[in-house]
Design a protein around this ligand. Sequence first.
Ligand code: MRU
Length: 323
Amino acid sequence: MELQPVRWEGNSLFVLDQRFLPEEEVWLECKTWKDVAEAIRNMAVRGAPLIGIAAAYGLALAQRQGENVKFAYEELSKTRPTGVNLAFALERTINSSDFLEEAQKIHREERERNEKIGKHGVTLLKNRGNIMTLCNTGSLATAGIGTALGVIRTAFRMGMLNEAIVLETRPRLQGAKLTAWELQKDEIPFRIITDGAAAYYMKTKSAELIVTGADCIAANGDTANKIGTYALAIQASYHNIPFVVAAPSSTIDSRKHSGDEIPIEERGVEEVMNILHSSKIKGNVWNPAFDVTPAHLISHIVTENGIYSHPYDFRHVYSTQGV
Ligand code: MRU
């Protein structure tokens, strides 16, 4: 069974604190919805589907402790603005009668979706080869085999993977720290490259496919994902390599017509500056956590329901349950 980054035990939600990985496996006990909100804000818990799952459990804590659930709902909604799974999971939970049961259902469903995404996604591979990915979209981000990483895991199982090319993913290094950790545990061959090396890799080596996750997909297919995704899609298009987004239907928000309506989270200066290990530079920093890739640069979007190709039309998909 795949790694479980959150678990309900007793009357608490335990989360594997991703800020300490890969060095240490520290479990954080969230006893109240406020603890859960803080764990999401400070990125102990991260990755769009997992944020949704954790927030749903957070609301369950509020209900069980007789707290003001409307207030908890609003505060949890604000913890990270870009990933739409958060909003959908909270909406589903608050409209249910037993919040804990609903949270557990969301948790289970996300895991099941991953398996299907992996099976569909792998059919896009014409040959065995290298698959490039960004950020972390694995068990740590989804509680299942992963979305983009689920495609890579499935390709490996089927003998279709040479190696995974893992972009380090500045500024927080989710690729080099978290994705590499997951792949290493599973003994799946991988190679870490810097974000800046991606285009040159495409030109001089061979990548069969580039696959990323998503934090929010608008009705027209424009996709918000980890900063650097847009650059990767442009590079893939230039080099004629299929660029694929793999995400559960719970990441599609058809209420948003295009990517212009997706709020993009901006994070702190320290994330960018810490790596310098220097206090000499005092410059200003712009640190958007995500960017939006226009739909026309995305060759395919893979959900648990199958493979969609450009032009996309997700207008009919409105539901807090996913497609
Ligand atoms: O800031 P993070 O680490 O939460 O960003 C994660 C991503 O951008 C992932 O690609 C996305 O959430 C999809 S995870 C299946």
